[in-house]
Design a binder for this molecule. Sequence first.
Ligand code: GLA
Length: 730
Amino acid sequence: MSELTKVFLFVAWLGVITAPLNSSAETITTTENPTGWILRTQSSVYQLAVAGDGIVIPVYYGSQGNYTELNGVRTHVNPKVGSTIRDVPFRGGYVDMTPAVEVIFADHTRDTELIYEAYEILELDGFPCLRVDLKDPVYGLRVSSHIRVLPQLDILEKWLVLKNVEDKPILVENAQSGSVYLPRDEYDLVHLAGRWGQENLVKRTRLTQGVKTIQTRSFRNHENPPWFAVGPAEQMSETGGSVWFGSLAWSGNWRIDLEQFDSGNLQIIGGINFGDTAWTLDPEEEFTTPKIVFGFASDGLGGASHRMHEYILDHVMRKPQNSQLRPVLYNSWYATTFNVNEEQQLALAKIAKEIGVELFVIDDGWFKGRNDDHAGLGDWTVDEKKFPNGLQPMIQKINDLGLDFGIWVEPEMVNPDSDLFRAHPDWTFYYPNRTRHESRNQLMLNLARRDVCDYLLDSLSRLLSENNIKFIKWDRNRPLSDPGWPSADPATQREAQIRFVHNLYHLIAELEKRFPDVLFEVCSGGGGRTDLGIFSLMDQAWTSDNTDPVDRLMIQHGFLHAFPAKLMVAWVTDEDWHRARPSLKFRFHSSMAGVLGVGTDLTRWSQEEREQAAEMIDLYKEIRPLVQNGVTHRLLSPFDGNRAAVEYVTPDGDEAVVFLFNTWETLQGSTPTSLKNPSVRLRGLDPNAEYLLSIDRKGRATGNTLMNIGLPWFLNGNFSSAIVRLQKTD
Ligand code: GLA
């Protein structure tokens, strides 16, 4: 036992607050007696202290308002038990929380102790970061816990760095990114759930004693993207109540556990899903976890989303793409599927240009042997039967029309029927004595191997340098299975899933360095890869393969909880999953609430439809800065009734655009409780200003009227929709 663990403080409560709480207070302040730290954001406080046995304990995380009522920190420790509530929970002693650190030392000891050693307040990219160094008093394990504070956004980023300072390896069985410990309350959890074609459906559930886990074990996020929000069950609403929210920067397997204790406290912890993974930390080596992000909002789920959106736009996405407007794209997948050729793509491009599209994207089917989904993945060279002169002559003609050109790839995959697989059957994940499970007739490449990563970098670089490609749609159409790597040493085999993600990030980052003008869209059988890790590299996301405009209102409503509209790609197609026959106008409106694209066989649209499409695209270009850069207000949830409404407003409230949708109507009206549709109250406007209303509703009204009385609901009938623009008058 270390010296520190022998020191016990028998004073139950100590007055320790060293600085008054006001807006000019420093973001991170230290306390003495006991040693500790207070991290302040605009609306939250996070406090830590070193307990009598040297363990760093969470003291408080929540609103500024409630914090001032606290008058001290409990640091007394029963020496027979030790501190069991820990800021970096570890496996060792009494394990009363979900652990963040679980290791095995060379002598097979599976317990650790993480005792406070030192701290430093750093500046990372202009923001303060508290680093607290913890050490095992006996073994050579050091853990540095980082908390970077973004005070204006009420956001904390947490991550751990584990270091081996002894001369034998340490096996890391689990290293989560960070944990928080919330005040006693009865909490509801809001999260997103679904499956292929039904991504991001909003779920709300009461947390009771025990652990609720959201996770992925298949590398795909259809079931749950890594996002959560919790708040006092009776208080948390769209516009009010305390909300703790968060997300994770990891594109492989991850987990977020929410553990409600008998005390009423709630622990939230997340990071890589170690599952069958373990990482061997050799002497002097470090392991850095991905970042987990925690935030606090006192203005409800809407407030949580505003902070998250701004955080992603300003601190996650790559620059300068984060501030650039996304082009209106056309994608030929629904029109031509795998049967692509120059003549037919040019015919589509010509109409796309006429209706105002800016970027033409050829989807699957352009590469060697790709006539359906049985062959070709892995061979990223053009199919000479379909394009005897290569792609560039066609691209040139498309460029001459005034359109940029983009292309679909699925680099992490291989079809057994491909030159790549025939040459390198050992380049996929597999176990020698097990079935290589296929999905969509494809296997997953073992990107944990550096040679696989180098092959992809070379072949994609060749594609991008030989052709004038300005946009990549990067797909991944199957989940992980059989993650074996038989040729690697046993320790490295257990690291495959983490090494895969590291190499994936390296591959994309390197391509972006070589081809800085290329925009990247992430896709995974629809919206199956949406996380902060991928969004630090990819500029937009394919939201779902379900392009039914009514379903999309729900899928998009959910997506906007976690991610900003600038990432949310929405195409107008002729898909009609419920035989509801929504009008072209309705379909456009549904897609114009995100990053607009068109994805249908344009040759089948009548002249009238093309003219209407051209008008809609023109209108979209006018309101695009508001949709893509504005603050999002989810006014009416499509989950609550038969209407939906979303508003995008400039931060200063000068301008806004509102999208209104009637899905279906009954004699009861389109809300369950009223005969008539009530008005919809807008948000984020200047109450004292007058606004000019245009597009589908004309007139003038004050911000006060629009926010407190509301915009009258003027839609009639099933599947009717409208866009209203608001501009402040002088
Ligand atoms: C996935 C994508 C689609 C399309 C096809 C092509 O399903 O989600 O948009 O690109 O692959 O095979």
